[in-house]
Design a protein around this ligand. Structure first.
Ligand code: 6PG
Length: 241
């Protein structure tokens, strides 16, 4: 089920995202003793993470992962992990063991992708053929229609036998959750703001999108909820619903 909401501006989008994230985490923790959230990188979600830093949540029950990571050290200005730690995680008493960043320092993206896959399998207690089921995955979308590090016309978009893939942005390696992993989530929330996203959104929301050209269109949770939160600048031509 896809729900599209077009919010007045970016702040309204962040406020709505906070509301949905808190509702999802709280409903999960009513059913289970832990909740797993996957963070988006980029710039759009930063104010959401800053708002989450002001919340009173059972931090010991929350486990934080990332949907993708640039292949840089954790202290690199481009690191998605660094952004989320500065905006949120360093400001709340979440146990260090509950933060599960992509490893990026083996000097080989495949090695680190395999390590993260192993970590996910151990965390979720998975057999070889199973995929992790996250409670909540936050995603952004680039103006080229990529999401996580699933970039147009790249091999990572086709990976269906692993939970973690090696992405490629203009020759730069990235680590990313694979499409099957994203689509098994119980809830996926896209946060998309800015007029520069409008054209890609028109392709993503078309009746027969080219998913290799616009990978964000592949995100269709098999059983989970799908939310698209757009600001008016991005979503001006998108049918709400
Ligand atoms: C990344 C993200 C990426 C991001 C989009 C949108 O590592 O950059 O995971 O998928 O969500 O590029 O980025 P903005 O929010 O900065 O527009």
């Amino acid at each position: 089920m896809r729900t599209v909401e077009v919010l007045f501006d970016k702040q309204s989008l962040v406020d709505r995202a906070l509301e949905l994230v808190l509702a999802k985490l709280r409903s999960t923790l009513e059913k289970r003793d832990r909740a797993t959230i996957v963070l988006a990188g980029g710039s759009t979600p930063k104010p959401l993470y800053e708002a989450l830093a002001g919340q009173d949540l059972p931090w010991d029950k929350l486990h934080v992962f990332w949907g993708d990571e640039r292949y840089v050290p954790p202290d690199d200005p481009d690191s998605n992990q660094r952004m989320a730690r500065l905006a949120w995680l360093d400001r709340v008493p979440i146990p260090a063991a509950n933060i599960h960043p992509f490893p990026t320092q083996a000097g080989n993206p495949e090695t680190d992708a395999n390590s993260y896959e192993t970590h996910l399998r151990q965390f979720f207690g998975l057999s070889e053929k199973d995929f992790p089921v996250f409670d909540l995955i936050l995603l952004g979308m680039g103006d080229d229609g990529h999401t996580a590090s699933l970039f147009p016309h790249t091999e990572a978009v086709q990976v269906c036998d692993r939970a973690v893939a090696v992405g490629n942005k203009d020759g730069q390696p990235r680590l990313t959750l694979s499409v099957p992993t994203i689509n098994l989530a119980e809830c996926v929330i896209f946060l998309v703001a800015g007029e520069n996203k409008r054209e890609a959104l028109s392709h993503v929301f078309s009746s027969d999108p080219d998913t290799d050209a616009y990978p964000a269109a592949i995100v269709e949770p098999l059983e989970g909820e799908l939310w698209w939160l757009l600001d008016a600048a991005a979503g001006a031509e998108v049918e709400k619903g």
